[in-house]
Each structure stands twice: as structure tokens, then as C-alpha cells.
Design a protein around this ligand. Structure first.
Ligand SMILES: CC(C)(COP(=O)(O)OP(=O)(O)OC[C@H]1O[C@@H](n2cnc3c(N)ncnc32)[C@H](O)[C@@H]1OP(=O)(O)O)[C@@H](O)C(=O)NCCC(=O)NCCS
Length: 162
């Protein structure tokens, strides 16, 4: 297995296209705007088994209005500006799950920006555990997901240097 990390500009177009397809296939993202969001990310993390992409993660810079909105919904608006970056697109290929790849991807991603505050949101119980193991702490109260209102999102933060 090989893990590759870096700015989007460091990856060849075919790798970025594979990243977009992989994340889009996992669902709950707007496929139309995903390529631009991937290009705008601070860093991408890609895990390969030989030449096959089997895992992704990224550090993103969400629009400040979006970020502040998420923190406000979690009842933690006053903390929003300390966490300019967002961890996201953590996906492991279904045939490679339950082997600890998700924490490996999360650690690789946050390790690239250890000097900055990072937040994440999740509705997946397993991700809550993984994020806790990787230095995140939940903040505020869970709130309904915009894309899936019957699911509750938890906001988690990882302080700079954490
Ligand atoms: C959520 C997701 C990223 C987890 O990826 P993963 O690599 O399977 O995560 P892990 O291997 O750390 O954990 C999965 C389970 O396997 C277990 N596990 C981890 N390593 C193991 C090992 N060596 N042997 C046996 N079990 C193991 C974990 O304890 C965990 O068990 P639990 O669900 O009962 O708590 C993956 O399921 C996924 O891609 N889902 C779809 C996308 C998604 O929901 N992403 C999160 C968006 S916030």
C-alpha cells in the first residue's frame, strides 16, 4: 500500500479524476461542483493498493459563511474562526474496510496541517470514534444534516498543535 499526500497541484490529472470519482461514488456530495472543490483543497490524501485507489481524505477550506453556519447550528458559533480548515472526504473502498485505513487517512491529513485548527462533521458512529482517536473532540450539540435531515451531525474540532 502507498499513501500519497500533498497539494492538489502535486497530483496528475488522472489521480485527481480518480479522487473525484471515488468520493462521488460514496454519495452525498454534489458531483457537479466536486472537481472544483478538489482543486481548491489545501491537501489531498490518497491510499493506493498497487494502482487502485482504495482510500481518500482531504483538508478543505470551506467558505467562511458555510463554516460559521455549521458552528452556529452546533451552538458553538464563537469557536468558528479558530478552525479555518475542514477534514472531509474520508472514504475507504468497501472491500478494504475494517482494517484501520480510515484512521491512517485521517492522521495523514491532519498531520499536514498540525499547526492549524481543523474541524469535521459526521453522522457516522464509527467516524466519531476514529476522529476521537485522532485528536478531535466533539463540540456543541448534534444538529440535523442539511442533505439528510433525519440524520444528526456531530461537530468535532482539533485545535492547532493538537
Ligand atoms: C466510515 C469509513 C471511512 C470507515 O473506514 P474503515 O477503514 O473501515 O475504518 P476502520 O477500519 O477504522 O473501522 C471499521 C471497523 O473495523 C474495525 N477494525 C479496524 N481494524 C480492524 C482489524 N485489523 N481487524 C478487525 N476489525 C478492525 C474497527 O474497530 C471498526 O469497528 P466498529 O465499526 O465495530 O467500530 C468507511 O466505512 C467508509 O468509507 N464509509 C463510507 C463513507 C463514509 O461514511 N465516510 C465518513 C464520512 S464523515
Amino acid at each position: 500500500m502507498t499513501i500519497r499526500t500533498g497539494k492538489p497541484s502535486k497530483f496528475v490529472p488522472s489521480d485527481k479524476a480518480a479522487f473525484v470519482e471515488f468520493v462521488a461514488a460514496a454519495g452525498e456530495v454534489d458531483r457537479a461542483i466536486l472537481p472544483r472543490l478538489v482543486d481548491d483543497a489545501v491537501a489531498l490524501v490518497m491510499l493506493f493498493e498497487r494502482d487502485e485507489l482504495i482510500g481518500t481524505a482531504a483538508i478543505k477550506t470551506p467558505y467562511s459563511a458555510h463554516r460559521r453556519g455549521e458552528f452556529a447550528k452546533a451552538n458553538a458559533a464563537e469557536n468558528a474562526d479558530a478552525f479555518p480548515l475542514e477534514l472531509g472526504w474520508v472514504v475507504v473502498h468497501s472491500e478494504y474496510r475494517k482494517r484501520g485505513h480510515a484512521p491512517e487517512l485521517v492522521r495523514a491529513a491532519v498531520g499536514l496541517v498540525a499547526d492549524q485548527g481543523v474541524y469535521a462533521t459526521t453522522k457516522t458512529p464509527r467516524m466519531l470514534t476514529i476522529l476521537s482517536e485522532c485528536g478531535f473532540k466533539s463540540l456543541g450539540k448534534p444538529y440535523p444534516s442539511f442533505l439528510k435531515p433525519d440524520a444528526l451531525l456531530t461537530l468535532l474540532i482539533r485545535p492547532a498543535g493538537g
